[in-house]
Design a protein around this ligand. Structure first.
Ligand SMILES: [Ca+2]
Ligand SMILES: [Ca+2]
Ligand SMILES: [Ca+2]
Length: 395
């Protein structure tokens, strides 16, 4: 027995010795972590430094997940590294990446946008939460926005306005109220998710109203009202009747000269922090110049960085300009006399001549013939109104 052991050891030493002399190969080393020793890879003609060579079947499990070369490789050529696939519990040898479904199906869950419990409002890997520099005010509702760009597609930079979104892009905005804004752990009430999907060059609009159980939302075109009560960040309880818009109201804001389009996600408005750079790095935004050269819409709340005029103009752009611009609902149906878009020179907006109207209508004074904005404002936006007062009084 002892002799057999000695002979085996001798054979092993000779084998190791001969391998070391042959390109410094040891028989028990697997450099790339694919589970096949370097010496065998050389014998077989596969690459000892390529963890995806030889190609493996889906059921293969002899890899070494602790090997950095293997875990940083992407053997199924999807967007997720081998190591992350192990962490996520997905198969590193099959591209089973999940994508959202770009159809206005009856239930929101069928669009496959959400990961885990829908009420957590967290997207799957290929759907991205995005923020805006300045966002539309809607009766103090909180909002979470998602964007889904289909597989192997990208947004194409087209100046500071809307990028060219590929067909089957999905944009969503989910509206909710925290029960108590001072403590998120006390829960929230999700009301609606508004969805835009680009199909064959045309933006389709769908709205989904969440059920009481907060497990799903159902497509709806007729709108509804529901009572909302919440405690704001100053500890004051507020109650009012929330209005979910019907299809006609959606179109009113989202149409310009008869063409439906998104409002918020213009390049200048999604130019927040490193968000654009992140999209460029992921290959989701192409043809863009250096981010430092891209216009940024001012954040209306950031008075450290932006002037009163910049903040006022940004607020008007996001909250009013979709109706009040050439081709917008108001200008087409009433007077094409002013245009509140941020990119216009002040003298071309006619703000100076309508400033008193801006004040009166934003005050939501019941004696006023019209209140502004007409949709999504049952409660006056005190902070926005204060900004507008200060701005128009400065003119
Ligand atoms: Ca190997
Ligand atoms: Ca290999
Ligand atoms: Ca992968």
């Amino acid at each position: 027995m002892k002799n057999i052991f000695k002979i085996s050891l001798l054979v092993l030493i000779i084998a190791q010795f001969s391998c070391k002399n042959d390109d410094d190969i040891q028989i028990d080393i697997d450099t790339d972590g694919d589970g096949i020793y370097d010496a065998i890879e050389i014998d077989n003609g596969t690459d000892k430094n390529d963890p995806c060579d030889p190609q493996q079947e889906a059921g293969y499990t002899d890899y070494d997940a602790t090997n950095a070369i293997w875990s940083n490789a992407n053997c199924d050529d999807d967007s997720i590294l081998n190591g992350d696939e192990i962490a996520n519990g997905t198969n590193p040898y099959i591209d089973n990446t999940s994508y959202a479904v770009a159809e206005l199906l009856p239930n929101l869950s069928e669009l496959n946008l959400f990961k885990g419990l829908m009420s957590n409002i967290e997207p799957i890997e290929t759907v991205h939460v995005f923020d805006l520099q300045t966002s539309l005010y809607t009766d103090y509702a909180k909002k979470i926005r998602f964007i889904s760009i289909p597989k192997d597609e990208n947004m194409v930079y087209n100046g500071a306005g809307l990028p060219i979104y590929p067909n089957n892009t999905i944009l969503t905005k989910t509206f909710y109220y925290l029960n108590d804004e001072r403590d998120e752990s006390l829960g929230k009430k999700i009301i609606e998710t508004r969805v835009l999907i680009k199909k064959a060059g045309i933006w389709e609009i769908g709205n989904y109203i969440w059920n009481d159980e907060q497990t799903d939302a159902v497509r709806d075109e007729s709108g509804t009202t529901l009572p909302i009560t919440w405690i704001n960040n100053e500890g004051i309880e507020r109650s009012f009747t929330y209005e979910v818009p019907d299809y006609a109201a959606c179109v009113k804001c989202h149409e310009n000269n008869g063409t439906r389009m998104p409002i918020g996600p213009k390049i200048r408005n999604i130019n927040v922090g490193n968000q654009l750079q992140h999209y460029i790095d992921l290959g989701l935004l192409t043809n863009a110049p250096a981010v430092s050269e891209i216009t940024k819409l001012p954040n209306w709340e950031d008075d450290d960085t932006y002037s009163l005029e910049e903040r006022g103009r940004a607020y008007l752009d996001v909250n009013c300009a979709h109706c009040h611009q050439t081709g917008g609902f108001f200008n087409v149906n009433f007077f094409d006399s002013f245009d509140l878009r941020f990119e216009l020179l002040f003298d071309d907006t006619n703000i100076a001549n309508v400033k008193d109207n801006i004040n009166i209508r934003m005050s939501l004074d019941p004696s006023s013939e019209y209140v502004m904005p007409q949709i999504g404002t049952a409660i006056r936006h005190e902070e926005g109104y204060a900004l507008m007062l200060e701005y128009v009084n400065s003119l």
